[in-house]
Ligand binder design. Sequence first.
Ligand code: GLV
Ligand code: MN
Ligand code: MN
Length: 429
Amino acid sequence: MFLQMMVIITSTNTIQTAVANDRILRRLEELSTISDDNDCLSRFYFTAAHQQASDLIHSWMEEAGLDVTKDTIGNIRGIYRSDRADAKHFVIGSHYDTVHDAGKYDGPLGILLGIEMAQRLKKYGIDLPFHLNCIAFADEEGSRFSTAYLGSSVIAGNFDHEWLSRKDDRGVSFQEVIEGNGGQVNSISDDQIPQEDWLGYFEVHIEQGPVLCKQDLPVCLVSGIAAQARVNVSWKGMAGHAGTSPMDIRNDALCAAAEFTLLIEDIGKKNKEQLVATVGKLNVSPNTSNVIPGMVTHSLDIRSPNGSFLSEMIELIQTKGKEIAQKRTIEFDWKLMQFNPAIDCDDQLQELLERSIKKGNISQVLKIPSGAGHDAVMISAVAPVSMLFVRCTEGISHNPLEYVESSDIKDALIVCNHFMDELISAHTI
Ligand code: GLV
Ligand code: MN
Ligand code: MN
């Protein structure tokens, strides 16, 4: 039965793929106009734009014929159920939140490809050997509460209820945000897919790096994802008059943070084969031109493919921070917000994906590690994960210049459809 259906599907492939590709491009544009900022794309967790985007994705999943719900954390979940009593869950996912001043492909491309993969199977009423879930995760970037992967952590069942007390820049807590939107924080854990019910996970994402461009390839396999930590650092000095305080008696919090930031850059450069480290967000208080900065808080994002090396570097940087603080008579505070170990993609799923890349007539099968974090990190704790990267121009990402060629999206779609066929075949007895 499955093989007969596959013949029908294959024979309508070209037109169907072109229609699906156009739909993805249209939807990418539409989503990119939904922003909390008039001047750029910015869609943080549970803002007005975030809610609007979730409604739209909800409607697209319904259009694809899926049963759709929104869970407490805000994930949009479309499911195409199998009739089999022992069916497990296979999830295709990506996220719909963005960083500030974002590009339009980071997150949404994976969601929209997932919807097309499910819609194609639904259209032909394929008898699935597993429940196929399309999930649009509510938060992956962690831009609002300094905690990445909030959406996928719920699905994986490793949501940490301590995160609920975290506050955004306006002092609103995560718990208040959920309750303000009618959610009950006690029911968050009910939304997980229990570990024993998982079959696997697949995520398509733009590469966000230059390798595919250099190799002139539209897509590639992902071998795994680097370990990552996020730290909130604060420096408490003494505010004072910029005109009257002699230079040698100041306790300038910004100068301490600046020295620390340059030191981090230096450590990163000295270990550039296995480390990247970034201070990306900085709050200066009182942030006034004629006042010595009394207080600075900033982020630290630090990553390595080697988890134990990352832990070593984190310890070293913390020690260096304390030394700077002591030398400058400034208080130093260090809060580790998140630590995610490096993960590997699953060999068996990646083998099916490799076969799909070959069937998609891609000239070479390339496999690269990901320096960027993805929802697959959270899911890997409970299920085998697989990922496909799509080329983005010059590797530019987290930037409005982020761009993906339509022909690359089409190649990705063809590979993804082959992957679903491979997966169904592999689980059809
Ligand atoms: C997500 O984009 C991340 O890697 O920070
Ligand atoms: Mn991102
Ligand atoms: Mn992303």
